[in-house]
Ligand binder design. Structure first.
Ligand code: ZN
Ligand code: ZN
Length: 354
């Protein structure tokens, strides 16, 4: 089977032929039909994440081995199943939950695999991901039926959608009229805005450097926008929301955005740090105490959260971020990653098998 793999940090994806693995237990092989391109794949292509003063977090330190096959927003069909699987090969489409833990630690036993402290099996990092003809999924329990959701949109639910949904769970409950800032109106930010609106929130402040991104944000349900880069961004955020913000979901999460969010925050407010742009917190620690602030991290979400989100998407006509579909080839993996890196892409890119 063909995979579109990166053979070294910073390199381009290449088409490689690899052997299809033997299927044991309830494992399944999925023929990839739709494969979303997520911004975290840009960092994975670089081979590291910037941890500010803590240096770099290398992909290989996370357990990745070259060649790596990126891509973790996968929709596809079962083409083969292990001896204990109950699912049968066919043309039913599934969203693949890619954030697979060790299966043995406390978090995994509680179905919170994104909190796994053991040997992770995340697709696209430790295991081969979705820039491929087929992907090996170690258990059929990680398949969530797509139903009547558009498959390219459905693919984006596995990471950008799930991350948004899980981050929103961490700020709730917030009264519907109290301002919530969404910082960064790229793929995850737009999905966060759409989900906040679908959940009934009425005061959503979108913050981004790009006017075009803010237009998208307004179309998705943002009620006010702030062009980042002003002299006092926290004041711009407060002005846009009409009062200090009850919460912020920071999809950029560098030193500037995190401090702007915290300075703009009402007493008892919650900042959820999501983005991986890197940097350092620069905020007076005493104000965290005086203002009773909460700072929470978010990394993707759990399998139960993905199932809740898919149900929400099936039951609600969610506004969809702009999606550009490209052929699932090595060349288009590279052009999509370049487009995300250079911010020349509007919304999301999803690779579609021919
Ligand atoms: Zn992602
Ligand atoms: Zn675990």
């Amino acid at each position: 089977m063909k995979v579109f793999a990166h053979t070294e940090p910073g390199g381009a994806a290449q088409e490689l032929e690899v052997e299809r693995p033997e299927l044991e237990g309830s494992a399944v092989m999925i023929r990839v039909t739709n494969s979303g391109v997520c911004h975290s794949d840009v960092h994975c292509q670089d081979g590291y994440f910037d941890l500010g003063s803590a240096g770099r977090y290398e992909l290989t330190a996370a357990g990745a081995q070259y060649p790596v096959v990126l891509g973790h927003e996968i929709v596809g069909e079962v083409v083969a199943a292990g001896p204990d699987a109950t699912v049968t090969p066919g043309d039913t489409k599934y969203i693949v939950f890619p954030w697979i833990g060790c299966g043995e630690c406390q978090a995994c036993s509680e179905d919170r695999e994104n909190y796994c402290s053991g040997k992770k099996r995340n697709l696209s990092v430790q295991r081969r991901g979705g820039y491929a003809e087929e992907v090996h999924v170690p258990d059929e329990r990680y398949l969530v039926p797509l139903g009547d959701i558009d498959p390219s949109f459905g693919a984006t639910l596995a990471c950008s959608g799930l991350t948004s949904y899980s981050a929103i769970q961490k700020i709730m409950p917030v009264p519907a009229d109290k301002p919530v800032a969404v910082i960064g109106a790229g793929g995850v930010g737009l999905m966060t805005i759409a989900l906040l609106k679908a959940l009934g929130h009425e005061n959503i402040v979108a913050v981004d450097m790009s006017e075009k991104a803010l237009e998208n944000a307004t179309a998705m349900g943002a009620t006010a926008t702030v062009v980042a880069g002003g002299e006092a961004p926290h004041q711009d955020i407060v002005a846009a929301g009409g009062e200090k913000i009850a919460a912020a979901i920071d999809l950029v999460n560098n030193g500037d955005t995190s401090s702007a969010a915290l300075f703009a925050m009402a007493n008892g407010g919650t900042l959820v740090s999501v983005g991986l742009f890197g940097g350092q917190f620069t905020f007076p620690t005493a104000l965290v105490a005086f203002n009773l602030l909460n700072i929470r991290g978010n990394f993707v979400g759990s399998l139960p959260e993905l199932k809740e989100l898919v149900k929400l998407a099936q039951d609600t006509d969610l506004p969809k971020p702009p999606i550009t579909e490209l052929p699932l080839t090595a060349q288009e993996v590279n052009s999509a990653l370049d487009g995300l890196r250079n911010r020349t892409f509007n919304g999301r890119a999803v690779l579609v098998a021919g």
